[in-house]
Design a protein around this ligand. Structure first.
Ligand code: PXP
Length: 259
């Protein structure tokens, strides 16, 4: 942790991919992820994240076009580091671009980006995006080598992959989730010391979000699947508000936690 650093407001980015997953199950227009994004905006989200995958399995090009025009909140476009995606990002100019690894056969983004050894290519990829005003982040495992490499690419941000921590926690393997939490804390401290803004996400739920939200260097969490699932039971606005309250409580903001 930077000496004297105090945890401030922790932003919540709501990932709306899985609204599009449900829509695409029937091939029509319902439910509309842009409507979900606008609702999330009212419910206290600080940003909206959408992953335009190469295979367009959930979010579509039209969704990105509409989100770019209709949202007031910052849009974080998640994408693979390909020429096609770079051209789309340069056209729509989202507030942020998060580069993730992508494999067609994976169910979700399974690991972090392999930045180490690929710094020069990534730096070249990032430069035009940054020049057009995007805050570029790299989705990485909490690994020293990857974070040191990320700092060489011109990226402004790293998003730490919390999937290993979340899986271990969800399955009651608490020795493992504690060890992974330590790695996340160390990674956040290192990234911050190298001048990178620190985000975190993947697999976060009401049960496991607290310790991640409490890491003082982390300034943004991106949460999707759980919130969209929980929306089935309590509605999207309430699902988001409860996550917000848990994040604030973990951050030591008692007043906000009580709302
Ligand atoms: N952050 C990144 C970079 C991701 O790829 C994802 C999944 O799309 C998330 C956050 C959100 O993960 P989840 O849907 O498990 O909350």
């Amino acid at each position: 942790m930077t000496a004297g650093k105090r945890p401030g407001h922790l932003r919540l980015g709501v990932n709306i991919d899985h609204v599009a997953t449900v829509r695409n199950a029937r091939g029509g227009d319902y439910p509309d992820p842009v409507r979900a994004a606008l609702l999330a905006e009212k419910a206290g989200a600080d940003g909206i994240t959408a992953h335009l995958r190469e295979d367009r399995r959930h979010i579509s090009d039209r969704d990105i076009d509409r989100l770019s025009r209709e949202l007031k909140l910052p849009l974080n476009l998640e994408m693979a580091a390909t020429e096609e995606m770079q051209a789309i990002a340069l056209t729509h100019r989202p507030h942020a671009v998060c580069l993730v690894p992508e494999r067609r056969e994976e169910r979700t983004t399974e690991g972090g980006l392999d930045v180490a050894g690929d710094e020069a290519r990534l730096a070249e990829f990032i430069a035009p995006l940054a020049a057009h005003g995007a805050r570029v982040s790299l989705f990485v495992a909490p690994d020293e080598e990857q974070i040191r490499a990320a700092a060489q690419t011109g990226a402004a941000v790293v998003e730490l992959h919390t999937g290993t921590y979340a899986d271990a926690h969800n399955e009651g393997r608490f020795d493992e989730s504690d060890a992974e939490l330590e790695r996340l804390r160390d990674a956040a401290r290192l990234a911050d010391s190298l001048g990178l803004e620190v985000h975190a996400g993947h697999g976060l739920t009401y049960d496991n979000v607290g310790p991640i939200a409490a890491i003082p260097e982390v300034v943004e969490l991106n949460i999707g699947h759980f919130l969209i699932g929980e929306a089935i039971f309590r509605g999207l606005a309430e699902a988001i508000a409860h996550m917000r309250a848990l994040m604030d409580a973990a951050r030591g903001d008692g007043a906000a936690a009580g709302r």
